[in-house]
Design a protein. Structure first.
Length: 318
């Protein structure tokens, strides 16, 4: 059994973010004017990119609630250049993932108004990874359940092979890589211990085999979405939810969720493989739904890019 606990600083930061999500936010009339928003360094020492957020805004990125493909692609490209402090996209992407590495582009479940903003982001990611020497057959799109990506398949025909769409529940879970908690809940069909009559059944969450065996690097793409329990559908929450089984037991109370999410995220197959985080803030999803209800999706026309999920989730609370 391989259980890795985060250090106290990471755990407290994660708990603070999730507890803040439950409070009524007071908005500020002041917004940063610069594209690059500096934040205090958060994370392991020596990681100079942690704590930095690249904020990109284009007024014409969304027109009549439809993402403008070429504008969005240029935003992603500008963000990579700024984040990596590189002179070319090729050298910038080589700092994200090395040639020959298998990259899993994780799409956070739900929270998308439609695919008009997400597809150009994915296309730009694929083009960038290929420019760094990673072949298309080493690039995968994945999420927790098959229906999480069903709205993208037709849009990405000819860009990605159908075999490049992977799902945690279909890929299985590793019996040696686990997270243990005394919190127990009702097991469902996709959980490893579903049907077990052992008294201890339900105390473990098993890590997805995709994260252990299939990917060398993980890029996370999330939306600007609220959530009834978590407060926001941030990068920490989304990967923790999709990266292990038996997660529903933590949704019973915000305080339980606030402890479990940063601890799960700190597991080696999750935290050590993530290399880039993008928040699609082009069209915000206030209620965290996928159906396109325009009055619930205010246009923000921004992308936020970072290598630090804690800083990015904290910035989402602004």
């Amino acid at each position: 059994m391989n259980i890795r606990r985060p250090n106290l600083k990471i755990r407290l930061l994660g708990m603070m973010i999730f507890l803040l999500c439950r409070l009524v936010a007071v908005g500020s009339d002041q917004t940063p004017s610069a594209n690059e928003v500096e934040r205090p360094v958060i994370g392991p020492p020596g990681e100079k990119d942690l704590g930095r957020i690249i904020r990109l805004e284009r007024e014409n990125a969304v027109v009549e609630f439809q993402g403008q493909s070429e504008v969005i692609k240029s935003m992603v490209q500008s963000g990579i250049l700024s984040l990596t402090k590189s002179d070319s996209l090729k050298s910038g992407w080589e700092k994200i993932a090395a040639p020959g590495e298998r990259v899993g582009v994780f799409i956070a479940p739900d929270g998308w108004s439609d695919s008009s903003t997400l597809v150009p982001i994915i296309e730009s990611l694929i083009q960038g990874l290929q420019s760094s020497g990673i072949s298309k057959d080493q690039i995968f799109l994945w999420s927790r359940n098959p229906n999480d990506l069903s709205f993208l398949k037709s849009e990405l025909q000819g860009i990605l092979d159908p075999k490049s769409f992977l799902y945690a529940v279909n890929g299985g879970y590793d019996s040696e890589q686990t997270y243990e908690s005394p919190v127990k809940g009702t097991l469902i069909w996709s959980d490893v211990e579903f049907g077990s009559e052992e008294p201890s059944a339900g105390r473990l969450s098993y890590v997805s085999k995709l994260l252990i065996n299939r990917f060398d690097r993980v890029i996370q793409v999330g939306s600007l979405a609220s959530d009834r329990i978590a407060g926001i559908r941030g990068h920490l929450y989304s990967l923790a939810y999709s990266g292990v089984d038996n997660f529903n037991r933590f949704l019973t109370h915000p305080a339980i969720l606030a402890e479990a999410v940063p601890e799960i995220y700190a597991l080696e197959p999750l935290a050590d493989k993530t290399c880039l985080f993008i928040t699609d803030a082009l069209i915000g999803s206030v209620v965290g739904n996928r159906p396109g209800k325009i009055h619930y999706h205010p246009p923000v026309s921004e992308l936020w890019i970072s290598r630090d999920p804690v800083a990015l989730d904290a910035y989402t609370l602004k």
